[in-house]
Write a protein that binds this ligand. Structure first.
Ligand code: NAI
Ligand code: ISE
Length: 335
């Protein structure tokens, strides 16, 4: 059975995921797209086997031609579309964040619990990256003993003027929030943000780099150096320090070069290059799951928990204090 996907939001990642769903993923096609920028939707539709262009996201969700929905519009629009999918009983994959505010995430949890079955997954693609998976497998095999400290590095080459100091948390470090929870299998219970010396190469309104310290339930520290304008490329790494050893994840390199007495390796330009294989694996897992009547991928609970941490994280950016995080009780649907 081919899953007919409708895409809401045909910007950078909507286009990228759309191409994969048409050309790379087994068992899917893109039947419809929509975007508030209609010209953009029409342009992207031509690359996706001439998918139909719908006027609104709600029309697309309620169309009988659409089996499953991919939400790749901007964050503040996510909750409305995800809630409409649940109301229509349609499976939905929503790019991060599930929603930018905790009340919206709680509304989604309540709607899905009332529906009685999981329909929602959130695009935390790093869980599908081979490097992260190897670190998790090493921890679970007991090779490095008990997890004690996780060091994370997350660097973007540059960001635009619209990017703010709070977005270091809500747009970028939200990925480390998810990987910390997933790798360690523990909730994050506190966050502190300590601003380092600023780079002269960022807009003056942006604290860049930013440094966060997350604490988990058993006291493991997860540190994140996030640097939005590192200039040289896209660089994501982590090292998990255990009681018996360490496990490190570095940027994969397809080839290195030795010439003129110099060893060199390419650095990915952006997240599409670095995590291309992870996006493919995440989409394939979702589609294969749907073909078997299952909802495979990070749940709405994972989306809620990440938004909860970054919401408190934004307060931590403002205050510089260590802020404690409380969660609602996890509904049985997600246990
Ligand atoms: P973008 O700005 O390139 O695209 C967003 C699109 O949404 C635009 O075409 C815009 O016209 C459209 N849009 C805005 N309001 C809309 C509405 N009400 N209905 C329908 N369409 C609407 O942004 P980008 O980079 O593609 O990001 C989209 C989402 O994907 C964001 O939530 C972002 O956080 C997430 N993202 C996730 C990444 C990951 O690594 N998992 C990487 C990049 C983005
Ligand atoms: C972007 O929205 C993403 O999700 C990327 O994965 C991340 O590296 C980047 O910092 C965000 O702006």
């Amino acid at each position: 059975m081919t899953i007919r996907v409708g895409i809401i939001g045909t910007g950078l990642i909507g286009e990228d995921h759309g191409r994969k769903l048409v050309n790379v993923i087994n068992g899917s096609t893109v039947i419809a797209v929509t975007d508030v920028n209609r010209a953009r939707a029409e342009e992207v539709a031509t690359q996706l086997d001439g998918a139909a262009v719908f006027d609104t996201g709600l029309d697309l969700i309620n169309s009988s031609q659409v089996d499953a929905v991919l939400v790749t519009s901007i964050g503040p629009t996510h909750a409305e579309y995800v809630l409409a999918c649940i109301a229509a009983g349609k499976p939905v994959m929503c790019e991060k964040p599930l929603a930018p505010t905790v009340p919206e995430c709680e509304q989604i949890l309540a709607a899905e619990v009332a529906y009685g079955q999981r329909l929602v997954i959130v695009g935390y693609m790093r869980r599908y990256d081979p490097g992260y998976r190897q670190v998790k497998a090493t921890l679970e095999a007991g090779t490095i003993g008990d997890a004690l400290v996780l060091h994370n590095v997350h660097r973007n080459a540059t960001v635009g003027e619209a990017y703010t100091s709070f977005m270091t948390m809500t747009d970028s470090m939200i990925h480390e929030v998810d990987t910390t929870r997933w790798l360690l299998g523990e909730e994050i219970t506190a966050v502190q943000v300590v601003p380092p010396k600023r780079t002269p190469l960022a807009f003056p309104h942006l604290q860049d780099p930013q440094f966060a310290i997350f604490t988990t339930e058993t006291g493991i520290l997860s540190t994140v150096e996030f640097f939005a304008n590192c200039q040289y490329g896209y660089d994501v790494r982590c090292e998990l320090v255990g009681s018996l050893g360490t496990s490190s994840m570095v940027n994969p390199s397809v080839a290195s070069t030795i010439a003129a007495a110099t060893l060199s390796e390419p650095v990915p330009a952006d997240w599409r290059q670095r995590f291309g294989a992870a996006y493919t694996a995440e989409l394939q897992a979702w589609i294969t799951g749907l073909q078997h009547g299952e909802c495979v991928g990070p749940s709405a609970w994972e989306g809620y928990a990440a938004t909860k941490v970054v919401e408190v994280g934004v307060e931590a950016v403002k205050t510089g204090e260590r802020m404690v995080i409380d969660y609602i009780e996890k509904p049985a649907l997600y246990r």
